[in-house]
Design a protein around this ligand. Structure first.
Ligand code: GDP
Ligand code: MN
Length: 341
């Protein structure tokens, strides 16, 4: 029997061809997934897809975070999906709960106002906790401290194409700080006073504004008003040190004391996006066309060159959010090409 078995593939090889060779080098990077125990099924689906499309070759570790301890079932059903290191962490109470300087009476009446106006998640305190945590705290969690780069994943998302390159190494080699796949308009009612606060901050700390920033992408009138364009933060590949740096630390603290995470319903997407647009140079922001990505109900399906075929994508290029009226991608492309104004 021994001779017959000699041509069987070694366990670290597989049948997917030359793109599947072991990576030359890896970045100091991790996946990060915020989830509840009840998100198990959707989380399993997301991890299975990213493993099949990318990580089974690259073996980047995972950090799962939750405001409550993950149960044994969650941990075991996730851990069997990958050979990479998997860590499960609990979020400290003061990184999650509504802070004591928020006037709960005022916050409650605004929640009721949003519920009456049918604003999505308008009545939810836990959603607000989540947005504040993703804005100001995930990169400070003890399990995240050892890493420089992260890729944010959510339950129930889809990776539609083979990812035959290492986005973290790409970010590092091209001196990027923030990578996205979908950009769209925010619901104005959730961030009514955000831009006024951003302007106040920018006037107080002009030294934090990058010389070649992307203000023109997020404002149609030179900074007077916000045009609501933001990067959809359920997908992010970014530099943790950008959030840990003084500019963003000061920005988050300023916004946090203003209370808009609770009085309004500021999302981590506009907060991250405005910071990336103002505190980084435009060359440091990156649109990953190659990464076919779906967070229902929207999909980014690769369209440049032969990215779609090369990635063996399962998405329909005709159902691409990039071409929908709610997308800011054409504005982004005109901004980057210098054809915006
Ligand atoms: P949406 O994408 O804006 O519709 O919001 P989601 O419901 O997908 O939540 C965003 C992310 O935060 C997902 O990864 C969720 O699993 C996670 N999340 C939302 N609320 C909570 C919560 O109360 N506790 C925990 N642990 N995770 C949450
Ligand atoms: Mn989601």
């Amino acid at each position: 029997y021994s001779t017959q078995c000699e041509n069987v593939q070694a366990p670290n090889q597989n049948h997917f061809g030359p793109v599947d060779t072991a990576p030359a080098r890896r970045a100091n990077a991790t996946f990060v997934i915020l989830a509840r125990n009840s998100d198990l099924a959707g989380t399993v689906n997301s991890i299975k897809e990213i493993e099949d499309r990318f990580n089974r070759r690259y073996q980047y570790p995972y950090v799962f975070l939750n405001d409550e301890p993950f149960d044994e079932k969650f941990k075991s059903r996730i851990s069997i999906l990958t050979d990479a290191k998997v860590e499960f962490g609990v979020i400290p109470r003061d990184h999650w709960n509504q802070p004591e300087w928020i006037d709960e009476g005022v916050a409650k009446s605004w929640r009721e106002w949003m519920v009456a106006g049918d604003i999505i998640y308008g009545g939810s305190v836990s959603y607000r906790n989540m947005c504040r945590f993703n804005s100001g705290f995930f990169f400070r969690h003890p399990l995240m401290e050892k890493y420089r780069w992260y890729w944010r994943i959510e339950p129930d998302v889809h990776f539609h194409c083979d990812i035959n390159f290492d986005p973290f190494v790409f970010m590092e080699e091209h001196k990027k700080v923030y990578g996205f796949t979908i950009t769209m308009f925010e619901y104005e009612a959730t961030i009514m006073s955000l831009w006024d606060n951003v302007r106040e901050f920018a006037n107080m700390y002009p030294e934090y504004i990058a010389p070649d920033n992307s203000l023109e992408f997020i404002s149609d009138d030179g900074g007077e008003t916000y045009n609501l364009c933001h990067f959809w933060s359920n997908f992010e590949i970014a530099d943790l040190d950008f959030w840990r740096a003084p500019a963003y630390q000061a920005f988050f603290e300023f916004l946090d004391y203003k209370g808009g995470f609770y009085y309004e319903r500021w999302g981590d997407a506009p907060v991250h996006s405005i910071a990336a647009a103002l505190f980084a140079n435009r060359s440091q922001l990156h649109f990953f066309d190659e990464i076919g990505y779906e967070h229902p109900p929207y999909t980014h399906c690769p369209k440049r060159g032969n990215n779609w075929a090369k990635g063996r994508c399962t998405c329909d290029p005709e159902e691409n959010f990039d071409d929908f009226p709610g997308s800011c991608l054409s504005r982004w492309e005109r901004f980057i090409n210098g054809t915006l104004s």
